[in-house]
Design a protein around this ligand. Sequence first.
Ligand code: F6R
Length: 498
Amino acid sequence: MKIIVVDNYNELSKTATDYVLAQVWEKPNSVLGLATGSTPVGLYKELVKAYQAERVNFSRVKTFNLDEYFGLGAQHKQSYAYFMQKRLFGETNFKSENINIPQGNTLNKEVSGYCKNYEQQISKAGGIDLQILGLGQNGHIGFNEPGSSFNSLTRLVDLSSNTIKANARFFSHLNEVPKQAITMGLETIFKSKKIIVLISGENKALAAARLIEGSLDKKNPSSILKLHNDVVVIIDKAAASKLKKNYSSPLSLVDKKFKVYTPDDLPNNKTIFVISPHPDDASISLGAIISALSRKNKVYTIIMTTGYRSFIEDKDKEQRIKIREDEVIEEGIILGAKPIFLHADFYDAKDLDSAITRDTKKFKKIREEYKPDIIFIPHSKDQHPTHQASRKVVLNTQPTFSWLADSKTEFWEYEGPWAIFNENDFNTIFAFSHDVMNVKIKAIQSQHSQVSRTRFDVAAETLAKLRGALIPEQSLAGFGKKGPRIGEYFELFKVTFK
Ligand code: F6R
């Protein structure tokens, strides 16, 4: 669950709007799950504004509302159908045939068939891409009241007395509040590909704390969201007031597709391996993050090959190995990382497979000794044979059923100037400033024998600068929108857990 704490309701609405717009821009025929109540009112206002400014086209978007009061027809002023028409649909270009809201005036005897059909319509549309949720004070989502089964589907439910009281504010008398509703079930909601929960105001602080920091519990229906792998909670400070941990991170406001790290919020207290196929790959590709990580972690560069095949004038093999290893030691001091030389057999091997098997054994021994939490490896599309063989050696040491293991290793795949990522190849950004870049350049320049041939220092600086200049604008904030500057230089990674 990703938690975005914002200052106030206005910010909450704007942040939620960014998510909805990004979804519709990316997939113009998206299926949206929509909520009513007070919380999404600001979001709908912003969406209407975006539509009026011709920033978005809803004509192909399909919608499914979460719920409707049982007994109220669409014309009733307190029905959710009326709410949606007034707040959003009537002000934008959603097509009526694409709008689905449970029909409150369905006959009692037809309700169960009606609910089954609602489920089928959602499946037929391809499932919900993005579901918007509010949160009840009692932890309900939709009208799934405490005690609802986590496997529940769309159905007729009794409203709890707490909910009836909370919603009485919209009716002239408590007696007028319907006692039942048709609601999507917890399983229906859970099947959505992405879920955004909006939580605003002090009266939601307890429910928010139970959702974010409490345990999985049938008495708290919202707790099912803890099991979902793509939930974003956008919460204002008042509603976050009872949270124990501090979640606020201004960067997450723009962090849509990527996790963004700066030197101050990197992982700490970890053991980290950086796989460097050649002696200079580590500094050239990820020297910046190594230097930042080494402040609070134990970082080891695993130098896979001696790199002697690289030409150094008037020197024989042994001399080249010595030169390159000395350079690595110099570099290690600058970056704060300790080199370990693997001397991989595959570098000279005629029979590559058997050499890789031997190298796997060697690496396994080191891995078992140090037990790294994080391993940096060249990315999968990096075609250089030495990089590929290095990757293979490392991945060979993964246990067969690694997904069953208690603790998983984080693999950070990195790019280099000779094998750069395409747009969808990375999910993590390390953003840093000039001083960190300078350390990286110094580290690269300690590989004197290489930099004198090819200006890897210039290549690495140019790439980091290009990444830093382009990505905030294009990808963090959305096309055509202004993104904040979060560090001049970037290194990019694809982080996976294996
Ligand atoms: C509305 C819905 C409810 C509300 C919740 C919070 O469609 O399903 O779960 O999201 O009751 O309501 P407000 O936003 O009015 O505090």
